[in-house]
Every structure is written in C-alpha cells, then in structure tokens.
Design a protein around this ligand. Structure first.
Ligand SMILES: [Zn+2]
Length: 85
C-alpha cells in the first residue's frame, strides 16, 4: 500500500462503538478464523473500546490473507447484551 493511500485510509477509518456509540480510530487485533464455503477468508476483529472499556468484536470476509487492523470497511459488528453492575 502506498503511503498516500494509507494516509487517506487512516483519515477515513473511524468506527462507532456499539456499546457507547463513541467514535474512535480502530486499532483492532485481527485473527484468521478460516475459509468459508465460498472460498473467502473469515477474520475476527477485536479491541477494547478506549472510551467505555467494553469489547468491540466483528467479523469480516476477505479474499486476501492479510487483514489490516485499521481497515474496518464491511466489518460486521457482533453485539452482546448490556451488563449492568
Ligand atoms: Zn464504547
């Protein structure tokens, strides 16, 4: 990826926390789960929300074997029940 592309991508890559709706720059961990029946590589993306300290977890299908940690385009976020203390 060219530096210019990276800078543009980085500017646009913000995401909203499904728990607290705060917008932040994603720096997610990625892990390849495996390839599905359509031959797509399925990745899990995860990080703790910097604001509410709840987990932000999603899955994404890619043709590539490399998943960029800041690229959350087409990421399907999984939600969990809200916990109350
Ligand atoms: Zn949050």
């Amino acid at each position: 990826m060219l530096l210019w592309d990276y800078l543009i991508a980085k500017d646009e890559m913000v995401m909203e926390c499904p728990n607290c709706q705060t917008t932040f720059y994603p720096q997610m961990h990625t892990q390849l789960i495996g390839s599905n029946s359509r031959g797509m590589n399925v990745f899990v993306y995860y990080q703790m929300c910097p604001e509410c300290k709840e987990p932000v977890v999603g899955v994404r299908e890619l043709k590539d074997l490399l998943a960029l940690s800041i690229d959350v385009q087409d990421l399907t976020l999984l939600t969990k029940p809200k916990y109350t203390n």
